[in-house]
Write a protein that binds this ligand. Sequence first.
Ligand SMILES: NC(=O)c1ccc[n+]([C@@H]2O[C@H](COP(=O)([O-])OP(=O)(O)OC[C@H]3O[C@@H](n4cnc5c(N)ncnc54)[C@H](O)[C@@H]3O)[C@@H](O)[C@H]2O)c1
Length: 386
Amino acid sequence: MSTEPSSTTPTATDTVPAPRFGVWLIGARGSVATTAVAGCAAVAAGLHPPTGMVTETTPFTDSGLPSLSSLVFGGHDTVDCPLPKRAEHLAAGGVLPHGLPSAVHTELTAADREIRPGGPLPGRDDDRTTDALIDTFAADLTDFVRRENLAGAVVVNVASTEPAPPDGHLPPSSLYAAAALRAGCPYVNFTPSTGLHHPALSEQAATAPVPHAGRDGKTGQTLLRSVLGPMFLQRALDVRAWSGTNLLGGGDGAALADPAAAAAKNAGKERVLADTLGAAPQGEVHIDDVPALGDWKTAWDHIAFDGFLGARMVLQTTWQGCDSVLAAPLVLDLARLLLRAHSVGLTGPRPELGFYFKDPDQGASSSLGEQYAALVDFAGRLRGRS
Ligand SMILES: NC(=O)c1ccc[n+]([C@@H]2O[C@H](COP(=O)([O-])OP(=O)(O)OC[C@H]3O[C@@H](n4cnc5c(N)ncnc54)[C@H](O)[C@@H]3O)[C@@H](O)[C@H]2O)c1
């Protein structure tokens, strides 16, 4: 008698649907979030190659990462512009390819249905305690996982950069981070905002039964700095000064027009140099909001250095990039890596993901080459587990 299942006999693959995983975006209606949702759908449908996605390269082939088509999006935001409309704006600005918003309209609408009101909002949330807000955000997350029948969900903060909070006060990014832990979800802080880096959360962050990683995605100027810094050091060239200027518009440019928010961002950019060179060289980083540029950023670096016999030299670089397009594939990479790390039982801060961040978790190298080696090693550890 044949042991092959007949065409009418249900097989394991017929009866057990493939697991799906949630990606809960804080700032779900922003440029980075919209580009991640639209980009994931486009790549999963084969409309575009996965350019910029490190997790689609060979070292990750057998790491057991969730497929792009298994990802289900939702999140919190404080504005209510529908995601398909937000995507149209990005296409009009040249960020998304023309025609993509209509090609992935179904996926954008599905994600839009899963976006819940964020906070805290003046007027609405004035009388609510910190604990009540964390509870509400955590309940939104657990409802999402239950409603969509997900095998798990990761929270990724891509909301507007907030200024450093006054002492003792839990800023919105920390409320969401605490909610992620309360709901048992892995957490990624892609922004320079406080998130889990708050003294009131430090113990929870260190002992969290879920993996987490941060902070502030490294996509442009700092990416370049983390390559060039070690180069100067290894060639025994003496960096005297390193100055940088950024021009950008969009929501991020507007948020960073606030000097307190810009200070939070610039601290990460300058820390990379201090860490790679051993001491901070002279020079500052400036960010100018130029609304006409939208998501297109220009970053100049001017590096004054000394060579043999004290010869004075200068390296200047110009980076022209589309911010959300640089960030979105990294958001998808991080979501997949943290989901997999969670399902194989890894917990706590993950310095192995320092490759992605300006201000990585303690223990990460600040050189991109060493960070990449640690990431590839991590891919192997994910592979080795069932
Ligand atoms: N290359 C990059 O684009 C890059 C690199 C590193 C970090 N980041 C960070 O990613 C974040 C997002 O950038 P963007 O260009 O998408 O900005 P954006 O302004 O387009 O989007 C931010 C979104 O966050 C929402 N938001 C603000 N406060 C909120 C709150 N309390 N709760 C929920 N949502 C809230 C806003 O309404 C908006 O929709 C910024 O913090 C930015 O610094 C971006």
